[in-house]
Design a protein around this ligand. Structure first.
Ligand code: ZN
Length: 251
């Protein structure tokens, strides 16, 4: 809890990143959550890893050790066959109860309008996973509007736009969320004034927070906990939206 609000961090990378050398382990994550007042987190592999199954197993072990604190997202390397993608997603859902699939266009260069990406989304929808798409850096494939077609094609699939387009494209993220009721915005990297602008167009019941990196966590959470908006909206953004999207909490 932070300032009396339960907090759900929907963007925590666990494991070792091959592209950046960064690593973040379970013990450190759990200790940080304790000291920083984070109640629950969605664990996501880094986008480039040595072995994607191993990265998923690490998250699976974290969920098994602390089921109340963690849920998991899969992240698949760029050049797998559809059979390999489906097999791994079925494995992590069956074994670990993963709740999401992360797509990061800078590292998984699938065309967001293309058939291969839509096929991946259809497997996610079938397995009742949310699709978390990185947006912002990495444009044009990371432009928020490019996820409108997939959200329309699979209306039951929650599509979370991570970073809400970033500061450069947050207006486009607003449009995407305005035209698709199943698009959700994770508002990390937006400035507080931009979050307020988003709230003029998108209800708080479709916004959530994420830290992405441990050193950003306090900034990202405080910017919502301290924002001059109704308390009910802060509660949605810090906790309830993510509970509905990832944990199936009833609306
Ligand atoms: Zn990320």
């Amino acid at each position: 809890m932070i300032s009396g609000f339960p907090v759900y961090d929907t963007h925590v990378h666990l494991g070792r990143a091959r592209h950046s050398g960064r690593s973040y382990g379970l013990e450190q994550a759990a200790a940080d959550m304790d000291s920083e007042g984070i109640d629950r987190a969605l664990l996501i592999p880094f986008p480039v890893v040595e072995d994607y199954r191993e990265a998923h197993d690490l998250i699976g072990a974290a969920i098994a050790a602390h089921p109340a604190r963690f849920c998991g997202a899969a992240c698949l390397p760029a050049f797998l066959s559809s059979r390999e993608r489906r097999a791994e997603l079925e494995r992590v859902v069956t074994l670990y109860g993963f709740r999401a699939l992360k797509f990061q266009p800078q590292y998984q260069p699938l065309h967001p309008l293309g058939e291969e990406f839509h096929e991946l989304a259809s497997v996610a929808a079938e397995l009742r996973l949310a699709l978390v798409c990185h947006t912002g850096n990495g444009a044009p494939f990371a432009l928020p509007s490019l996820f409108i077609p997939v959200a329309r094609r699979f209306p039951e699939l929650p599509v979370v736009l991570a970073h809400a387009g970033g500061s450069a494209y947050h207006l486009e993220a607003i449009v995407a969320a305005a035209v698709c009721p199943n698009i959700f915005l994770e508002v990390s990297t937006l400035m507080p004034a931009q979050v307020r602008e988003v709230l003029k167009h998108v209800p708080s019941s479709r916004l959530m927070i994420g830290s992405d990196l441990p050193e950003s966590r306090q900034t990202e959470i405080r910017k919502i906990a301290d924002l001059a908006i109704p308390e009910a909206d802060r509660r949605q953004i810090l906790w309830h939206t993510a509970r509905r999207v990832f944990d199936g909490e009833p609306a």
